[in-house]
Write a protein that binds this ligand. Structure first.
Ligand SMILES: Cc1cc2nc3c(=O)[nH]c(=O)nc-3n(C[C@H](O)[C@H](O)[C@H](O)COP(=O)(O)OP(=O)(O)OC[C@H]3O[C@@H](n4cnc5c(N)ncnc54)[C@H](O)[C@@H]3O)c2cc1C
Length: 363
């Protein structure tokens, strides 16, 4: 069968979510020519479903994530600056602090807020049994970020092709042949950034990527509740938007479900999220609902991303499995993956994220 041949590019990325597009910008900035293929609409999946917390200090994160998360936090201002330079769009931090519930079982926590501090900081809060810390943590609006990221990509020579799924890939003569419905493309290197779909796109050695569905909703904040901090407990988060097109709303999330690739919304789940949020912040009880939606987090069995070369397929790389933290981890992922692909010294050790690492043992 004859396939039309695309012009050869240095690097082909599958998946135009925040991970694939951030990596494309970084590689292009370092002199590579880059093609990005997406099966559907760029930034149409998890990356615009997210709440946007840059939750490096979330006590539920695996400890091995810390080096990557800290690197990403340090790169975030420069990442947003580079998007501004390319796109003309400035993406602000929406919040600068999070009221984080101390996990049950942690007895003495330094910096625990007294009931008086809490009442002063957020008079509307009904802490119930929760004890809280005030954490230095920022958030962004992923939809605003997506608009800037896409405009930045369009301002470069990156070849972004929507509606072009990668059907299969194979290593040939020190290059990679990528099959799409529109024909075959050759690249020196291929990177799988297909998020929750990565186990379909690539032959992964030990750890598979699975979709974890998250439903969430947005409400209009009542004028009696000016909210400038994120509030987060183990069962709920409330993330206000303070500037930009979505200012005045709060995102309430999220379920964590094994439902395959099904993104159907269930009114009972949305109502449950609403009631949990209203228990914590009673003025939210009557807040008008603006929207509800669902997204698919790319999850691995040990909760850590897969970042590295695919061991049995020359010139194949993968960067996925960012689970609940892909918005946070995008700048560092782009930075270290570009270093790895272009054979530059790595800023951090990628061993904990090796795609060849062993599957965790079940207890
Ligand atoms: C409800 C929810 C809340 C979240 N909240 C936060 C948060 O507060 N903070 C945070 O940091 N993270 C959060 N996340 C996680 C974050 O959204 C993800 O980790 C991140 O978006 C993953 O980005 P990605 O680019 O890997 O995947 P995606 O954005 O899903 O992109 C993958 C892309 O690959 C494409 N694709 C699939 N198969 C193929 C193929 N064969 N060929 C070509 N293209 C293909 C898809 O069309 C898609 O566009 C949340 C996620 C959800 C669902």
């Amino acid at each position: 069968m004859h396939h039309p041949c695309f012009s050869d590019r240095d690097i082909c990325i599958a998946g135009a979510g925040i991970i694939g597009l951030s990596l494309a910008l970084e590689l292009q900035h370092r002199g590579a020519s880059v093609t990005v293929l997406d099966r559907a609409t760029p930034l149409g999946e998890a990356s615009t479903a997210a709440a946007g917390m840059l939750a490096a200090a979330d006590p539920h994160n695996p400890p091995q994530l810390r080096s990557l998360a800290d690197l990403s936090l340090s790169l975030y201002p420069a990442f947003l600056d580079s998007l501004h330079v390319l796109s003309g769009i400035r993406v602000p931090f929406q919040t600068h602090n999070t009221l984080q519930a101390i996990p049950p079982g942690v007895l003495n926590s330094t910096n625990e807020l007294t009931p008086e501090d809490l009442a002063h900081l957020l008079p509307a809060l009904n802490p119930g049994d929760h004890r809280f810390l005030l954490v230095d943590e920022r958030s962004v609006d992923p939809r605003q970020l997506a608009t800037a990221l896409l405009a930045a990509i369009h301002a470069t020579a990156i070849d972004l092709r929507p509606n072009t799924p990668v059907l299969s890939t194979r290593s040939v003569n020190n290059a990679v042949e990528i099959q799409t419905p529109a024909g075959i493309l050759h690249a020196k290197q291929f990177v799988d950034c297909t998020g929750a779909w990565a186990s379909i796109t690539s032959r992964l050695p030990n750890l598979q990527v699975a979709p974890k569905k998250g439903q969430l909703l947005a409400v209009s904040l009542p004028s009696s509740l000016p909210l400038h901090v994120v509030v987060r407990t183990p069962s709920i988060y409330i993330v206000p938007r303070t500037s930009g097109p979505n200012a005045g709303r709060a995102v309430i999330g999220a379920t964590i479900e094994d439902a395959g690739f099904n993104k159907t919304l269930h009114p009972s789940d949305i109502a449950h999220l609403r009631s949990l949020a209203a228990a914590l912040l009673p003025p939210l009880a009557g807040a008008p609902q603006l929207e509800a939606w669902a997204g698919l987090r790319p999850a691995t069995p040990d909760g850590l991303p897969l970042l590295g070369a695919l061991p049995t397929q020359p010139n194949h790389f993968i960067a996925t499995g960012h689970y609940r933290d892909g918005i946070l981890l995008a700048p560092a992922t782009a930075h270290v993956m570009a270093q790895l692909i272009l054979d530059i010294a790595l800023s951090i050790d990628l061993e904990p994220f090796s795609p060849a690492r062993a599957k965790p043992q079940r207890p």
